[in-house]
Design a protein around this ligand. Sequence first.
Ligand code: BES
Ligand code: MN
Ligand code: ZN
Length: 503
Amino acid sequence: MNFDLLISDLNSTARQGSDALLVLLQDGYKPDGAAKDELSALVAQALKAGDIQTQTGKLLALYKPAQARAGRVLLAGIGAGTPRQVRQAVTAALGALRSGAPALKKLTICFAAAPLAGSLRAAVLATADASYVYTTTKSKAEARGLARVTLAVPKGAPTSKDEAQAEFQKAAATVVGVELAKEWANRPANHATPTQLGAAALALAKLPRVSCQVLGPKEVAKLRMGAFMAVAQGSEEPLRFIVLNYKGAAPSEAPTVLVGKGITFDTGGISIKPAGEMDEMKFDMGGAASVLGAFRALAELQPAINVVGLIPSCENMPDGRAVKPGDVVTSMSGQTIEILNTDAEGRLILCDALSYAERFKPAAVVDMATLTGACVIALGAVRSGLFSTSNELAERLLAAGEAAQDLAWRMPLDDEYAEGLKSNFADVANIAGRAAGAVTAAKFLQRFTEKFPWAHLDIAGTAWKGGAAKGATGRPVGLLLEFLLAQARTSQVRPRKTTAAKR
Ligand code: BES
Ligand code: MN
Ligand code: ZN
């Protein structure tokens, strides 16, 4: 899908040929009195008569004003015009435009008034999301209909032309990253094995500034990743440990390390899961998919930062050789772990990846994992659970989530939560009681993060949707990209030598 940006008002935008023109109206919008064109007059009339209101999601279809070179014209209220409201309105409008009527191939979305910061991006992301279709494993793929989307914003405050341009670029790159993440997360487990994920990562290394290395069972054994290997040993599919590198800054700049849980299918192992909805455990590599997506977007934007991506990937299967409840394994860190429940496998593969991250002397490490059902109970599908040993890192991630409308919520890490992880037979157990399950999982991971500032995103509730709209969301690619780009901005700012310091 192709996006482009036009700096132009409603009147000139309407003259663009397209299948549909969507006009976004915010509270208090008054068509320019001087604009004598038919469309502006119609909008003014509709507003005055109360036939369209500017509340979020209110819609009014117009029948082909002569001036508009569009098959259909739809007005949509966006309330105060915040990114969240724009996302809601565009989603509702696309639903309306797609139901019935001829196929929508070319769409123009016009902000009647200059958008608030972040709203242009929200419109782009919502459009991409509403028109995404998964096709890979269908024999007669009904490909995505929407091929070209033009975003039009009028000149003027609060968004300058340059700001609009920059935000638009970021949005388009986010779409590319989100869609790569969706693609891999949506693929069934027999079409997204650890080996295939490795190949997908190697393909990314064709992009500028990206390189990749994929380790197999022998290399991982050499690294003594005993916890990771214990999970993989019940499967016929060989494990992969993927190392991605994005080099946008001097080698002396400490990298940010992204770690993604890459369980391509989670049966639970010997502590096997119930059959209901077990198919959804193909999404248990959503963290890994978000790392791939983030790298894809980085290659698009080429910011001046260094980023490392680590993906431990394997299946969690029951088998004659599978790890058993009560088995004790030795992690790469040297800590021994009593595996009381083989279904708590995510933390086992992540702990070795976190130990591996030490070698990069990272500025920060952020892991993404569909880690616990308990996090779904705590936060549902709205916000990812955020845990961090650094307040500063946590603040930056939360702010990035807000800006990108890919929300997170901070959760606690008090040491008392680690009580239940005590083991009589090893340094630590891999599960605690049922209470605060998302927190105890994070406490387990924390034991492997002493050498760097660390944050953990539990995306169990946000990485995919179940039910009729079952499918990956591509989250938290938006959050990660925003977080990384904000870092590029601050690291580019050199400390200024000002006289103010002498005061
Ligand atoms: N991948 C699951 C977590 C999960 C479950 C995500 C349901 C989304 C929906 C993870 O590996 C797991 O099985 N966790 C267990 C941990 C428990 C055994 C301590 C869980 O949450 O039940
Ligand atoms: Mn599990
Ligand atoms: Zn899992």
